[in-house]
Design a protein around this ligand. Structure first.
Ligand code: PEP
Ligand code: MG
Length: 324
């Protein structure tokens, strides 16, 4: 199987119908970057920055972070890296920060909520990223944005940091993409202006699913009840895809489901054109996509929805049995 994947490494994830899906990798450590060329990923669709904060016993300094981010960009060799700003709180607690005693941490003071209320760390991180780019393109995304004004406030922090760097005479990134992660159902219903203002959206399916079904992602017992290929979840994703298409907003999916071949296939059939996953999943997902006709998969999905099935998984599996 490894050889089969190696043989398609430099080929596009092009389905039989001609649709091409762009495959990117998720990363969180410098040590992940060597997988970029060997996996055939087109870029890093999600770089989780919190690991750098979690593995230390004190807050990292801006210069250290900047040097690290620069090395990540160097290792990516000109391919895009989407740096996600710090997503702490909830399951990710920093040893050197006072823990919050919250009854529901996943629904609590975390990610961009912390970044906006106590902006010191967010500002430091943004400045480190701008300096690391040092005149190269820069892609930044904010985690857990739940409403328009949170994105606007986070972006304003970014613009202020750019202005400060300009005044200090530091080189600015040659191109800037500032996006949001869609991890709460509320963003699916955000006003049109949100879809126009973000440079891109990336669906954090792990959190989105947890909030969509009100089922804790850490709790096997409830998590397993809900299939990603559940028709309600797919309808929600369909709506987001349609809205992004209508506004020309680049959209990707970077939750764990993107790396599962059946799920990836269904996402692509629903119209998702960029998937980001752990490097080892890229071969299997590409192999799957190359053997199918996405229009036929979509027809199978729609037929299952018309029949009133709860999940389209059996229909997708049947398509694969009959067709591959
Ligand atoms: C997600 O929620 O799907 C995601 C990609 O972010 P994390 O798993 O780090 O919360
Ligand atoms: Mg998340």
């Amino acid at each position: 199987a490894q050889e089969r994947y190696a043989s398609i490494r430099d080929l596009p994830a092009e389905a039989k119908c001609g649709t091409v899906v762009s495959l990117h990798m998720n990363a969180g450590l410098m040590a992940d970057l060597p997988s970029l060329p060997s996996s055939g990923a087109e870029g890093v669709g999600l770089f989780r920055t919190e690991l750098q904060f979690l593995i230390r016993n004190q807050m990292p300094k801006r210069a250290e972070l900047s040097a690290l981010y620069a090395r990540v960009m160097d290792a990516a060799g000109g391919k895009r890296v989407a740096f996600r700003t710090l997503d702490i709180g909830s399951d990710k607690v920093l040893p050197y920060m006072k823990p919050n005693d919250e009854p529901n941490p996943a629904l609590g003071w975390r990610a961009i909520r912390v970044g906006l209320d106590k902006p010191g760390v967010l500002r430091m991180q943004i400045q480190a990223l701008i300096r690391a780019a040092n005149g190269r393109p820069l892609t930044v995304m904010f985690p857990f944005v739940a409403q328009l004004d949170e994105f606007r406030a986070a972006r304003a922090e970014f613009e202020k940091a750019m202005e400060r760097e300009r005044i200090l005479g530091h080189p600015l990134p040659s191109d800037v993409q500032v996006g949001a992660m869609l991890e709460t159902p509320s963003l699916g219903f955000a006003p049109d202006v949100f879809y126009r203002e973000v440079d891109f959206l990336s669906i954090g399916g792990n959190d989105l699913k947890q909030f969509f079904f009100a089922a804790d992602r850490e709790n096997e017992r409830v998590r397993k009840r809900y299939d990603t290929l559940n028709v309600s979840f797919l309808s929600f994703l369909e709506r987001v895809i349609e809205r992004c298409d209508a506004h020309g907003t680049p959209l990707s999916f970077c939750g764990e489901d993107a790396g599962r071949p059946i799920e990836a296939l269904a996402l692509a059939a629903m119209g998702m054109r960029t998937l980001s996953m752990r490097p080892a999943s890229i071969g299997p997902v590409k192999h799957m996509l190359r053997r199918v006709n996405l229009r036929d998969v979509r027809a199978a999905i729609d037929a299952a929805r018309d029949r009133g099935e709860q999940s389209v998984r059996p229909a997708v599996l049947e398509y694969l049995r009959d067709d591959g």
